[in-house]
Design a protein around this ligand. Structure first.
Ligand SMILES: Nc1nc2c(ncn2[C@@H]2O[C@H](COP(=O)(O)OP(=O)(O)O)[C@@H](O)[C@H]2O)c(=O)[nH]1
Ligand SMILES: Nc1ncnc2c1ncn2[C@@H]1O[C@H](COP(=O)(O)OP(=O)(O)O)[C@@H](O)[C@H]1O
Length: 219
């Protein structure tokens, strides 16, 4: 997955897979949108899902909304990089756009759960950077699920009762961000991405760059 990120400092590097996970309502979608808006060289991976569309969601932007038969077909044809069952629905990452983005020098942002993160890690440990977002308190989490006002009370109860189980996977992640305040949490997530882009082992063009510097110094 060699990549050149033209938006950066001109040194070639491999693209990375930047994963945000959290219990439902902790703020992944909010932080993902801000990252896509404000960071260049980053593309969102749009998942396929069998869950019903929420008010305000757009097919192809938020998710590819598909029926169960179509989803099973995609999985069987190996068109999904990973997939999992969450809240009785299937969710999966279409493989082709991720591979195209990485080979075009883009980083890819994923809003996926711990099961999907484990699968990506097994496939490409070196290229996966994972961040787990925690809410500041259970009361805040519940309030956010209600203020989002897109799910029924029953769905919200289901999401709250699964939050503790989802959170039990926090220690599998590279970074933990507590989303008290959106601006601070965004600044933290952005710093992680910026620092990870600078990691020596991703920067495949450094040897050439340093050799050229040395040549200039020695001539
Ligand atoms: N493994 C996997 N999980 C996904 C994928 N897309 C979304 N999810 C996760 O599915 C869960 C439910 O997502 P969603 O129904 O949009 O609810 P939300 O968490 O309230 O935004 C979240 O934990 C998402 O991160 C995917 O492609 N693969
Ligand atoms: N730091 C925050 N403070 C208050 N509300 C927040 C914060 N972060 C997100 N929200 C709100 O909480 C709700 C859930 O956030 P969302 O990003 O949809 O979570 P997720 O994608 O993890 O389910 C949304 O209405 C969002 O505007």
């Amino acid at each position: 997955m060699a990549a050149h990120d033209g938006s950066f400092d001109g040194v070639e590097r491999r693209g990375l897979m930047f994963v945000l996970s959290s219990p439902s309502g902790a703020g992944k979608t909010t932080l993902s949108r801000l990252l896509i808006e404000r960071m260049s060289g980053l593309r969102m991976s749009v998942s396929a899902t069998t869950r019903p569309m929420r008010p305000g969601e757009v097919d192809g932007r938020d998710y590819h909304f598909v029926d169960r038969a179509r989803f099973e077909d995609m999985a069987k044809r190996n068109e999904l990089l990973e997939w999992a069952t969450v809240f009785d629905n299937r969710y999966g990452t279409p493989r082709a756009p991720v591979e195209a983005a990485l080979s075009a020098g883009q980083d890819v942002l994923f809003d996926i759960d711990w099961q999907g993160t484990q699968q990506l890690r097994e496939k490409a440990r070196q290229d996966v950077v994972s961040v787990f977002i925690l809410p500041p308190s259970a009361a805040d989490l519940e309030k956010r699920l209600h203020t989002r006002a897109q799910d029924s009370d029953e769905v919200i109860r289901g999401r709250m009762s699964r939050a503790s189980h989802e959170m039990s996977h926090w220690a599998e992640y590279d970074y933990i961000v507590i989303n008290r305040n959106v601006d601070d949490a965004f600044a933290e997530v952005q710093s992680i991405l910026k620092a990870e882009r600078l990691k020596r082992e991703r920067r495949t063009g450094l040897t050439t760059f340093v050799r050229e510097l040395q040549r200039q110094l020695e001539s």
